[in-house]
Write a protein that binds this ligand. Structure first.
Ligand code: 3H9
Length: 709
């Protein structure tokens, strides 16, 4: 075997087969240097007459996971272009076989489509996830894939963006063989067999030269596909452009189709929604890094987890660990509640099995790791215990105190509180260094967000261990400091306050929700509260009131408290801000009347000229302003952390990147001016409209949140 190293790509020889290996850790993303290396290797292969076939593979844990996304922020894609590399591969005149493993994604999969054949390890995941970054496969994917597997399967695959298994890819027809081991040997054998066939006169199969199914590609076919995608204004642009590119593949030559695809790709790459989605991709990963924490710190082992409270939240939390193969003991104080909790988890798993998402064996295995008990002492061998008891300070204090006594030395104790003071609970436990908050979002087995609340005395090793375990259970974890509501719920306050004031001033719940949903929020504020429970939302306000923590504003959040008093607890009582027929929300005159009466009582002038623009600005600009305060106070480390919280936990549209990224697109100066304008219009006795010093500073300096160090 001879070997030649060119930047990040290596060419070696195994007999007559050239092995090109890319080595760009951690995921072999195709950067400019990788492409340069590939070009150099291909040049050497072309020159070496002794090489009659090629295997293309990667070093490390995965074949290429795509183009290097960080290059998309450059004004121009640096050369050599992906398509130049692919064109050289297809024109090489020697068979190339891609040896695939790990996560073969985006530009990585597209690269393999330019090979004569593809062989994959059975564990490989393959996908074109560009749409999830507001992009489209931009290095020939939209032109080659339909030629390989047909128009409809290619469009479905690219517009969904979800990876498939090697077995599925084989069935779909874009890989040629699946192997359990010996990947390189099998790929080499395949490459040599293709070379022999070529020597015997069989022409090489070149994907771009394959015919495309023009007959199926009627205007009506593409129209139907376009209409299936989300609207342009709701992040559907990328999927629609994918359909358009496949249409172009049917209408034009391959060469022109590639130009069409590239133009569409550049257009997408420069769009605000793709910028926002790329921002979130990196923000989610950045959020896991804790400033000041030594890299490679030794973590505490988490082999067994305890959960206190077998309610919906406790059960959901337990499922996360069971899914990751970690045994869980769940505690409840009474037998009935415990059995109910265990039963709900069992039912959830059985429902997943019925939908084909889990096998019967997987259900048995997960339930086999799950044990219920009535006595806290059973938690003595757990490495991490999360209390998910009822959200009451007295109850949580009592649970945390008991946990401090029963947990073994070195065990981590976490509270799942959404509002209570973590430092207080930490002190009560008597083990403040082992203590932190793990704020899961409901349903806890589904929602990806986890706010990890670092207390004043939390040991850095405890924080690092919990961040690592969060990744293991598939959560998107963000660190928050201690304050009322942490990052997410604290920012909700100004948002809900304005939504209610707008109700008093004469907007209807449906108008407010409609305006908020039109900018892409998954749910408007009233639909959200009706789902979560008006009683739950009212309780937060009532508790704050008791603690003297509300603004000195008699009209503050009076609607939620009144609806709670009236027993309108939301969807669960078929009445809240709306009335409900099943899950369908219907506007209710009774709520209008409640708002009229409250407006009169609190001297709020009603008007009929509230615009959607005013609703959006009044609800969301205070939320951004609070985000800025959270950054100023060091509650969140970075603007991207705030964005991850809102995109993952509160239905903020990912294609707007989260509130801080959206603020950057609008401009801090514009937001600042709007806040001040509302302050002049409504008065600013309670400081609702005062821009935070950070927002004001960015506005005066014409800077953005993304400019913060
Ligand atoms: C594309 O291909 C466009 C083409 O069609 C057209 C071109 C013209 N680029 O997630 P992890 C980094 S678009 C740059 O923690 P995991 C990541 O930031 C692309 N960096 O690991 C992280 O860095 P750090 C289509 C990337 O094991 C580190 O790698 N492809 C890229 O949990 C580890 O990542 C995709 O959308 C990249 N493409 O998951 C795939 N990918 O350590 C995106 C990763 O500094 N990637 N990094 O924080 C993924 O889905 C996951 O990263 C993957 C690994 C499943 C691969």
């Amino acid at each position: 075997m001879s070997s030649l190293v060119t930047s990040l790509a290596t060419l070696s020889k195994n007999g007559s087969t050239g092995i090109i290996e890319i080595n760009n850790p951690p995921v072999n993303a195709s950067s400019q240097k990788v492409r340069q290396g590939m070009m150099e290797c291909l040049r050497l292969v072309a020159e070496d007459k002794a090489i009659t076939s090629v295997v293309l593979t990667c070093a490390g844990r995965t074949f290429m996971a795509g183009a290097d996304i960080s290059e998309f922020d450059l004004p121009e894609l640096p050369r050599p272009d992906y398509n130049e590399v692919h064109a050289v591969m297809e024109a090489l005149g020697k068979p190339i076989v891609a040896a695939l493993f790990g996560t073969v994604l985006g530009g990585g999969l597209e690269l393999s489509l330019s090979c004569q054949a593809r062989v994959a390890l059975a564990s490989t995941k393959l996908g074109l996830p560009e749409v999830k970054l507001g992009l489209l496969p931009g290095s020939g994917g939209t032109q080659r894939l339909p030629r390989l597997i047909g128009l409809a399967p290619a469009i479905d695959f690219m517009t969904a963006g979800n990876p498939v298994s090697a077995a599925q890819a084989l069935k779909m027809g874009f890989i040629d063989k699946v192997v359990d081991d010996g990947l390189l040997e099998q790929a080499t054998a395949m490459a040599q067999a293709l070379a022999e066939k070529q020597a015997a006169g069989e022409p090489l199969r070149v994907t771009s030269k394959l015919p495309i199914d023009k007959a199926s590609g009627t205007p009506a076919f593409f129209e139907e596909y376009r209409n299936k995608q989300a609207p342009l204004a709701k992040g559907g642009s990328a999927a629609r452009q994918i359909v358009r590119c496949v249409e172009a593949a049917c209408e034009q030559s391959f060469e022109d189709g590639i130009i069409f695809e590239r133009t569409a790709f550049i257009d997408r790459k420069n769009s605000a929604d793709s910028r926002a989605l790329r921002h979130l991709f990196f923000a989610e990963r950045e959020a896991t890094r804790i400033p000041g924490l030594a890299a490679g710190m030794e973590l505490r082992p988490i082999r067994k987890v305890g959960v206190v409270g077998a309610g919906t939240m406790g059960g959901g939390i337990a499922m996360n660990f069971l899914n990751a193969g970690i045994p869980v003991t769940i505690i409840d104080l009474n037998q009935e509640a415990l059995q109910r909790g265990l039963g709900i988890v069992r039912k959830n798993y059985e429902a997943s099995a019925a939908k084909g998402r889990l096998t019967a064996d997987q259900v048995t295995q997960r339930l086999g790791l799950f044990h219920g008990a009535l006595d806290m002492a059973e938690l003595g061998d757990c490495d991490l215990v999360i209390e998910a008891a009822f959200e009451s300070l007295e109850i949580k204090k009592s649970v945390c105190k008991q946990l401090g006594a029963v947990c073994k030395p070195g065990a981590i104790i976490a509270s799942n509180t959404s509002t209570l003071d973590i430092d207080l609970l930490a002190e009560v436990s008597g083990r403040p260094a082992d203590f932190l908050g793990m704020h899961f979002f409901s349903p806890a087995n589904v929602m990806r967000l986890l706010e990890v609340v670092r207390g004043a005395k939390t040991d850095p090793q405890v924080l690092a261990t919990v961040m690592a375990i969060a990744k293991k259970i598939g959560k998107s974890a963000v660190v928050s400091g201690v304050c009322f509501g942490f990052i997410g719920n604290r920012m909700l306050e100004g948002y809900l306050r304005e939504a209610e004031l707008l109700l008093l001033e004469g907007a209807s719940p449906a108008q407010i929700d409609g305006a908020i949903e039109a900018i892409g929020m998954a749910m408007g504020p009233h639909r959200m509260i009706d789902m979560a429970g008006v009683d739950v939302a009212a309780k937060v306000v009532i508790e704050q009131d008791k603690a003297g923590a509300l603004p000195n504003d008699p009209s503050y959040r009076v609607v939620v408290r009144k609806l709670n008093e009236l027993g309108r607890h939301g969807q669960k009582t078929s009445a809240g801000y709306y009335r409900y027929q099943g899950r369908t929300a219907i506007e209710d005159d009774a709520v209008w009347k409640v708002c009229e009466e409250l407006a009169q009582k609190y001297g709020v002038k009603r008007r009929d000229n509230i615009s959607d623009k005013e609703i959006v600005e009044r609800c969301l600009y205070p939320l951004i302003n609070e985000g800025a305060r959270i950054l100023e106070e060091g509650i969140a480390y970075r603007p991207g952390d705030v964005d991850v919280v809102w995109a993952q936990g509160y239905g903020f549209p990912a294609y707007k990147g989260g509130p801080m990224q959206w603020a950057d697109e609008i401009g801090p100066a514009v937001i600042c001016a709007a806040l001040e304008g509302y302050g002049r219009q409504f008065g600013n006795a309670h400081g609702y409209w005062t821009p935070s010093p950070l927002l004001a500073k960015l506005a005066t300096q014409h800077r953005h949140f993304s400019d913060l160090p």
